[in-house]
Design a binder for this molecule. Structure first.
Ligand code: SAH
Length: 450
């Protein structure tokens, strides 16, 4: 088999990145954009030792689950990967991804995994947008990175973002073109404006704008602020994030508020949260409430428990738990997030939540040595999952229940396997669709002592 060869391929499965999988002469072929059940004519674009990658040239049999992508930029943009599938099929696909991971990596056999909870209206759900800025043929452009690249796609609208974010991006770009504010050049490191980031409060409609810049002194900044806030009254805060780095990390460490309070207030369920510019906050508020309610249910609190909420961010899950527990201890590594968590406890008149700043794998062993133990532990780590020291300490601590919230089914499966080998039984797995049209899936799982 070689590049540019053409084959008929029956698609019998899907990879976790949503590529169709078939076989040609016994070799696995991954076909971009093909769906399980389809038969296609495919052109080989890459041949590796044990597999090949191909692109669809023509469909012989189309899946009834195929739909027209709603976005013009779908093929090029690196944001969405499931727009060619019906929403129903996306949910089934995600269910399979979770099942495969738990079976293959976790070693769990024949377990029941609840159907993925989808959205009634899976459009415009994101409360945070990050638009890289660059220079196109006709001047400054902003949009999204193309798949696996740093080429900027200059898109006017994005169907998964809040319409307010799109409006801010387009307005800011018009203004910087008018005012000639220099745009950053990734290759030379010259220029000033690197990214426009928006965070939207779905409960109030307020918008916080973060301008990532190479230096504090942005020419015509006051005019820019005036024009943006005149045009879009929802913009209640503008902050600068200074990033002088030459790598591809988006954010720098320094934040300077140049308009408004520099924070955003949002409500999730009946709780109010104060969000600082750099803190983690779930991007899909509608589904987040469902996720947190499941986590709370899995925690099974009666009011007498000490609960640890590890990787707690700005204390969102902690405060949901605090109302039903005797006390909650939150642990989070980013100081600004811990500061917000403390403010959020006050804001909601919650006095039984205490937050520690530090790595969970350092703080929890220390608390354990001091004799502070949890009856229930909730973890919500980043994609890489929990640190092994933390898992070991959890096992020593022997909480009754462990609720694991995860945005990565493979590290979830790895960590649950360790807990299962150390006396915990997997009781329930609930995937929630926090990221419609993308291959990502969130899960909340319950383990309890055997
Ligand atoms: N539970 C929160 C945040 C989850 S995101 C929510 O639902 O909003 C994961 C969080 O873990 C981030 O806030 C990140 O800053 C934090 N984090 C990353 N590594 C950590 C570590 N080793 N110890 C504690 N917190 C960590």
């Amino acid at each position: 088999m070689k590049k540019n060869d053409i084959y008929e391929v029956e698609i019998t499965g899907m990879t976790h990145e949503a590529m169709g999988v078939g076989k040609v002469n016994g070799m696995a072929v991954f076909v971009q954009g093909a769906i399980e059940g389809e038969k296609v004519v495919a052109k080989i674009i890459k041949v590796a030792k044990n597999y090949a990658v191909a692109r669809v040239e023509e469909w012989i049999i189309k899946s009834p689950e195929r739909r027209e992508p709603f976005c013009q930029a779908y093929k090029r943009c690196g944001g969405c990967s499931l727009q060619h599938m019906t929403y129903d099929m996306q949910l089934k696909f995600k269910h399979k991804v979770v099942t495969d991971n738990l079976e293959r990596i976790g070693g769990f056999r024949g377990i029941h995994i609840n159907p993925v909870i989808g959205m009634d209206n899976p459009m415009n759900y994101r409360n945070k947008a990050q638009y890289p800025i660059g220079t196109g043929d006709e001047g400054p452009i902003a949009g999204f990175y193309a798949r696996r690249s740093h080429t900027i796609i200059d898109s006017e609208t994005c169907g998964i973002q809040h319409t307010g974010s799109e409006k801010v991006k387009n307005t800011v770009m018009d203004i910087i073109r008018k005012l000639n504010i220099p745009v950053y050049n990734e290759k030379t490191g010259e220029g000033i404006l690197r990214h426009i980031i928006t965070r939207v409060s779905y409960s109030t409609g307020d918008i916080m704008v973060i301008l990532v810049v190479t230096k504090e002194r942005v020419p015509n900044l006051n005019k820019l602020i005036q024009m943006v806030t005149d045009k879009i009254s929802e913009v209640k805060s503008i902050v600068l994030n200074i990033n002088r780095r030459r790598d591809n990390i988006i954010l720098g460490d320094i934040v300077k508020t140049v308009y408004g309070s520099g924070t955003l207030i949002d409500r999730l369920g009946h709780l109010t949260f104060h969000i600082s510019p750099l803190s983690f906050y779930q991007v899909n508020p509608v589904q987040t409430v469902i996720l947190y309610e499941k986590a709370l249910k899995f925690a099974g609190l009666t009011g007498n428990e000490t609960v640890f909420d590890l990787y707690c961010g700005i204390g969102t899950i902690s405060l949901f738990l605090a109302e039903k527990a005797e006390k909650v201890i939150g642990v989070e590594v980013i100081p600004e997030a811990v500061e917000s968590a403390n403010k959020n406890a006050k804001l909601n008149n919650i006095s039984n939540a205490k937050f520690y700043c530090g790595a969970a794998e350092e703080v929890v062993p220390r608390l354990y040595d001091e004799g502070i133990k949890a009856d229930v532990v909730v973890v919500d780590p980043p994609r890489k999952g929990c640190d092994s020291t933390l898992l070991e300490t959890m096992v020593k601590m022997q909480p009754k229940r462990i609720v694991y919230v995860s945005c990565n089914p493979s590290t979830l499966a790895r960590d649950l396997k360790y807990l299962a080998a150390n006396g915990y039984n997997l009781r329930e797995v609930q995937p929630v669709d926090l990221f419609p049209w993308t291959e990502h899936v969130e899960c909340v799982t319950l383990m309890s002592r055997a």
